[in-house]
Design a protein around this ligand. Sequence first.
Ligand SMILES: Nc1ncnc2c1ncn2[C@@H]1O[C@H](COP(=O)(O)OP(=O)(O)OP(=O)(O)O)[C@@H](O)[C@H]1O
Ligand SMILES: [Mg+2]
Length: 319
Amino acid sequence: MSERASEAGLHSAFVGADQVQCAPASVRGKALPDVVAGRYRIERLLGVGGMGCVYRARDLLHEQFGDPAPLVALKFLADSLDQSPDGAALLYSEFALTRHLYHPNVVRLYTFEVDTDCQRAFISMELMQGLTLDRLLCEHPLGLPWKMLRSIALPLLDAVVHAHRRGVLHADLKPSNVMLCDDGPRLFDFGLGQAEEGMPGLARLSRTRFNAWTPGYAAAELLEGAAPSACSDVFALACVLYELAGGKHPYRRLPATQARTEGLERELRAPNTLPRHCWSALRTALALDASRRTMTASELHAALSRVPFWRARWQGRWW
Ligand SMILES: Nc1ncnc2c1ncn2[C@@H]1O[C@H](COP(=O)(O)OP(=O)(O)OP(=O)(O)O)[C@@H](O)[C@H]1O
Ligand SMILES: [Mg+2]
């Protein structure tokens, strides 16, 4: 926790969900100053999501010491959540979960801080430059060629495998939470993430107020009240990969519960650009019932990495 957090009286947010307190409402929600926490000059808004606003900022401290690339991204809670008593703890939870991961395809976070003037908590992190996958899909409405899809899918799956091995569930995998940068995809926005078995020092938030699952990517069991799991992450990721492969969402963007009622799983067809040997694994990962979704992120990674028999032979591996 940053020292600034306790200065601002937000230390209680880390004690536990029921005891979370924050600054009084009268001082919360103040407009952001030009320079936040005496250090970051806000330059422009990068994006707004359901939970937060992300700005590009210049780290004046690093710049003063000669850092040639002092730009960072700062994430603040959206005003509506900033008014919530658990707001800062929610942001801290995102920080702690992401910081628990060390992977080249997961966004790198730097600090969790609170600006003492406006009393708003924020995360500082690497400034990603690239296209989110939803925007990439707008540029490729019929889906990506297999080679390109594979170059995104494998590192992304690897990042999710890593997160699951470290006991971290993302719980909000969707195209707008993955940025394609020059050196590959980056998974970000662990705002709805959870530690599979709790994490020392991390408040257990009463998340019922925050569970805003994204309907087109949330597994049916989540929509029916189950807790997020590695299996629900696999469903969301499989929807993203299917969409990247053929340009279309597997279940017409309907909530998974409705897709099940309408029997859409029976109508699933392999996207054209997906090699045949990958389809059976992806189809299993898209199962609407968790009991039939017998595919881990690691197994899906293995299936998509496999070189089919005929190609291995053609490449001379089987002679
Ligand atoms: N580190 C970063 N570098 C550059 N842009 C970023 C960064 N983090 C977030 N963004 C931009 O800000 C947008 C919103 O960020 P983020 O997804 O973290 O917010 P959110 O409110 O949690 O979103 P959601 O609606 O998915 O809950 C992203 O879609 C992206 O365009
Ligand atoms: Mg997001």
